[in-house]
Design a protein. Sequence first.
Length: 98
Amino acid sequence: MKTTLLLSALALTLTALPVAAQDLVLPSGPPRNAAEQRLQDRVDAQIQINRERGFYSPGQIRRQERYERRQRAQQRWEREERRRWEREERRRDRYWGN
């Protein structure tokens, strides 16, 4: 009896999984409403932009995004360091009266 109940519960759970998963991903069929159409249009536009940039796989995109973040952080650090250096020079100039 317990085995039958467990197996039937497991079967129901497994058959219900794809329905729940459909809500979490883009539908494979045509969009059902305007919101899905807008989302699909945004996804298609981003895919097109990525292809124009030469990226065809998600791994390439992630690596490029990481590279760009590092570049921006490096540039920001250089700007801050340059400002800090200039500020210290002005402070020294005022102190020494130049």
